[in-house]
Design a protein around this ligand. Sequence first.
Ligand code: ZN
Ligand code: ZN
Length: 424
Amino acid sequence: MSSAVATPPVSFASLPFEEKLDRFARLAVHVGLNLQAGQELVISASTEMMPLVRRITEHAYKAGALLVTTLYSDDEAALARFRFAADESFDHAPQWLADGMAAAFRGGAARLALAGANPALLAGQDPAKVSRANIAASKANKPAMELITRHAINWSVLASATPAWAKLVFPDTPADEAVAKLWDAIFTASRATGDDPVADWKAHSANLHQRVALLNEKRFHALRFHSADGATDLTVGLADDHLWAGGGGASGNGVFCNPNIPTEECFTTPHKDRVDGVVQASKPLSHQGTLIENIRCRFAGGRIVEATASAGEDVLNRLIGTDEGAARLGEVALVPHSSPISQSGLLFWSTLFDENAASHIALGQAYATCLIDGETMDAEALAAKGANSSLIHVDWMIGSPTMNVDGVDQNGSSEPLMRAGDWV
Ligand code: ZN
Ligand code: ZN
């Protein structure tokens, strides 16, 4: 016991906003990325996020960054393309830039993406053009994305509030107040408000690692999701040699990082050919500037055979049609209903947050790191284990306070994992 009289720490809520933002930037550099001295950093953000980017850049250099490069996108410029660009523009992407990103990662650069650009930016645009532009971008980015999904480098995604996003989350609140409320929600959900966020994140990660270890011991053959109302009854087969993951982890370059801030999920690789049944989304999905609501899908033999939505159905079906793997699952994740983000009761219209409020599945690309020795396997070996491959990876939420989840073993006997949305 120490006899020293400590000055009580100032509560986060009472700090001036600039100081809150500065602490959050420090969290990005030291917890999200764990940026190493001598490392390059590539940031992507929208122009509205400059105040946070500048502070992150400052903390990155203080941590010894060799060079920080930020690629800014701009909503108005993105819309100008949809209004005025020639038709062939929508099958085009800057391959040279994507190649440069991949080269940077191979050269050891760390990667930070800031989420929070207007989730509904492209909602009024031609879904065919939106889809073509997304496919072109995904194709161009595939080599760079592969380094991320293989966790070759330390990377992280965290959020910055923007006015358009805040308006969607708090539609009845005046603009300035909505942005302030969204920032507070981001800080809280990101576990940035404690006196020692670095220690808080260590403890949080350790909790998730413990849950992951338990799930890995079980060697389940499948998970069965069944909701009380019967809208969801889905059996998700797990890939052979699947590994559960969650919390921070060491990347291929040996650096321990937290790829998502926040994160509350334990996730693994489903078997691409062994998903059967019906599933109903429990939250709307915000996808590349459009909103897809009330998704219902039927799976057979791993593949979606029927998909409907009350809004954005066209976008959903184009998404599923991106390639063969886009109609199959690449991730299944368990998140308790008691998670702080879920308890906030907010719909963030952002996968980064909403996927950490509910159990979810993802269409498309699987994470090679969620298989034993997956990082060293080629595409063929990964497919043989049941890991899906696609240009897309899109998470959507299926967990709810009425969702039950069972773990099913090789001979079909099952044990309850979650009841009414929470761990048993
Ligand atoms: Zn997930
Ligand atoms: Zn995911």
